[in-house]
Design a binder for this molecule. Structure first.
Ligand code: PEP
Ligand code: MG
Length: 348
């Protein structure tokens, strides 16, 4: 057993050494299709790791993370200081700052919310922000002020209607006016985007695309809402299936809506960092994936090992299938045929 573990250790170290060599190379398929790989971060320490792993930007900054470990809501100055440091550490690479996504499984201790029967369908995320506009605007001002230090995009979670995104944009306009009045510097052209993580937003994507500058697909929540499977409940864990045909249809629909409106679309759910899923995502037309930094080098290696033409046909084929098992077989067979199955095996 010891010998086997030593062998696995050697293999894993060699695999990581190979990945290091990739650091300066672009995530580009063998036939020249460029993909952007960004990092999901929560704490300042994550940003350092993101840089080390070759992240081209921050595709998702989960701002609720610092709120969870703090004693109270962070003040505007505290938030500004934090966001500014994240922007500075990324040295000119774009940082997509998501506004507070509290509730469901993320409650700060100082935030008194009565227990809910269905917290994922309850008072969470943008719903909390919109009902606490003063706290929300403090955050919006802090993010806008950070945009004076480097490229920032602002992103709203869990949008499910046009009214919501309009309300949010209205508060953002107020925050801008307040900053101008108080003489604070900020980038007047900060792109404003929304996460597509609720089925309603998938259906409304062609309309919502005209309200925002970009979409980011949040598959962690989208999968749980489309399949009605709690993402944290182990009893139904096997039903939580990123390659479910209904999930793939949703992703394809959002990509099509964004493309039709000429708006960029990225994907920042965990599936972006899973080698069994990421090729399908690139084949579906996504050119911008954001993931835990740890996964970036392996996904880059995978993308560089294939031709876009091949993975596009893989995605086309997968979209025509009706069952999870068919999709999975199709993906595995294709990966074997493309000679990249070993990347998954070492990695898993
Ligand atoms: C998502 O839902 O896919 C997502 C990226 O956001 P979070 O995991 O923070 O809910
Ligand atoms: Mg989410």
């Amino acid at each position: 057993v010891q010998r086997e573990y030593q062998r696995l250790g050697r293999e894993y170290r060699a695999f990581n050494r190979d990945l290091k060599a990739l650091l300066e190379l672009p995530a580009e398929t063998a036939d020249g299709h460029r993909v952007q790989l960004s990092a999901n971060v929560g704490l300042l320490g994550d940003v350092r790791l993101a840089r080390m792993q070759g992240a081209e930007g921050v595709g998702l900054y989960r701002t609720e993370v610092p709120f969870l470990s703090h004693r109270d809501f962070l003040t505007e100055e505290e938030q500004y200081d934090l966001y500014r440091r994240v922007v500075a550490e990324m040295e000119g690479r774009t940082v997509t700052v998501r506004t507070l996504d509290l509730g469901a499984d993320k409650y700060p201790r100082y935030f008194n919310i009565p227990r809910e029967e269905n917290p994922y369908l309850g008072w969470r995320s943008i719903r909390i922000s919109l009902q606490m506009p003063e706290i929300f605007k403090v955050q919006l001002r802090a993010i806008l002020r950070a945009s004076a230090h480097g490229p920032v995009r602002i992103m709203f979670p869990m949008i499910s209607s046009l009214e919501e995104i309009r309300q949010v944009k209205w508060l953002l306009a107020e925050a801008r006016e307040e900053l101008s009045a108080s003489g604070h510097a900020f980038d007047a052209n900060v792109p404003v985007g929304m996460m597509v993580e609720v089925p309603a937003a998938v259906y409304l994507a062609p309309k919502l695309a005209h309200e925002v500058d970009f979409f980011s697909i949040g598959t962690n929540d989208l999968i749980q809402y489309v399949l009605a499977v709690d993402r944290n409940n182990r009893k139904v864990g096997t039903m939580y299936e990123p390659l479910h045909p209904a999930v793939l249809q949703c992703i394809a629909a959002v990509v099509a809506a964004a493309r039709a409106a000429g708006k960029p679309v990225s994907l920042c759910g965990e599936m972006a960092g899973d080698p069994t899923h990421s090729l399908v995502l690139v084949g579906l037309g996504l050119r911008d994936l954001s993931m835990g930094s740890f996964f970036i080098p392996a996904i880059k290696r995978l993308i560089r090992a294939v031709r876009y033409e091949d993975i596009r046909s893989l995605a086309d084929e997968a979209l025509g299938l009706a069952s999870v098992n068919e999709v999975k077989s199709c993906v595995f067979e294709k990966m074997r045929a493309l000679g990249v199955i070993d990347i998954i095996e070492v990695y898993h």
